[in-house]
Design a protein around this ligand. Sequence first.
Ligand code: ME8
Length: 518
Amino acid sequence: MKPFYITTPIYYVTDAPHIGHLYTSLAADIMSRYHRLKGDNVWFLTGTDEHGQKIQKKAKENNETPQELADRVVERYRKAWTRYEITYNDFIRTTEERHKTVVVSFVDKLMKSGDIYLGGYEGWYCIPDEAYWTEAQLKDGKCPDCGRPVEWLTEESYFFKMSAYEKRLLEHIEKNPGFIQPESRKNEVLGFIRQGLRDISVSRTTITWGIPMPKDPKATKEHKIYVWFDALSNYVSALGYPNDSKYTTFWPEAIHIVGKDILRFHAVYWPTFLMALGLPLPKRIVAHGWLTDGARKISKSLGNVVDPFALADTYGVDGVRYFLFREFVFGLDGEYTQDLVYARINADLANDYGNCVSRTCSMIIKYLGTSPVEISKALSAHSELKRVAQAAVAAVDGEMEQFAYHKALENLWRAVGEANRHIESNAPWTLAKSQKPEDRERLIEVLVHCREALRMVSVILLAFIPESARKALDTLGGALPDGLAAPVQFAQWGAAGSTMLVKTPTPLFPRLEVPKTK
Ligand code: ME8
């Protein structure tokens, strides 16, 4: 079995998840499910980022400890992922011992090799404001916020020698064209590196909520490890680095899915940390765009968040899963509006797909009887629908390899559209009235082809809309047999054999009532 390792960012526990977090986690879930269908050995990691100033500050505002805040919010994430049937294999929290030990061992190693060194952070400081300013930010040599005098401050800090890895990182990106995806984002990263990498501060003396730096007699203050160094290490610590076989199996296959906001941390900081540690780099880093509202990123701080639970209540889990990956191009920003969700669900899911499954099964029951029928002959006949369905399913793998979820779905819907046309143009209800044997044969052929095309499409849809696809397959008499090594092969024409135990359909996606806007 081919190992396949996919990760989401670990989310901050400052607040409950919103539609943006959901989007990334669903992307990883769909990809995981698709690779399981292919028979790969999948490891899907998600989790939460629980240290740092943001969390410390938020906990203080709430009058709770950072750990209490983390323990409370992590449950919101877990519940949301359960609601959306997100099939992660592991959930890491950075406050867990298994993680902290690895982070400390990494820092220790880099201190010994000299890649992390003690230095000073220098800058202007406004004591009343506790704020650092650069020379350029000062106003007439004074604090730009309060106008009071500033002092030159040197704060002790540990630095990571990122500058030493600039050339190697550039070479790696150039030699491995698929390392950063999509291409446009890769160019942004290259542009950033070419401006020159500077050593970065990897410790903080001003915060208490973090992993302590290893003891160092040279340090005059207590340092906590910089939250990004801590957080990025989760992808390795969660695999049980260094001794667990999960690490050796999965790490070389790692694919990180991230939002474009945190690409630099993943495509510059993380690879240089790994180079310094002498560890292999992840295979791919795939950055997606933002879901926006009025062209502004949807985020808690902008106050325009959309709650995953409310979405599921209104549109259904599979409605949301489908919408997000059919409507938007992974990699580009996507403007979220309610109207788009209603339109997609009603047109594509209720009308095109759900209705086609329903009418096909009803007609099979009505005209062909529910007993198994001899269908091999019908299956071997040619039709445009057969051609389109086979082409659609064959194209999916290439699209998924490119993380082009929308194209995979677009292809599958071509087959669904063709099935609907096949029904309209052959009018099975007319054929059923005829007494001619060739019309009877044609009737069987038309319905068998529709059922087969829908069955094939539904096998792939198990990755996208799992519950509905399972229900559709069951109705179509094509439930996935247990124990298939690579279930995706069941999406081949004729793979379900020549019996067809179709069931009375119930609506897969009831049409949603679109609220009237004023
Ligand atoms: O950055 N559209 O956590 P975070 C699409 N802890 N995706 C969005 C989004 C939006 N409007 N808003 C958020 C952190 N996301 C760090 C990560 S990883 C080692 C540490 C998604 O809670 C997107 O994946 O701020 C983005 O990168 C992530 O949530 C940021 O989550």
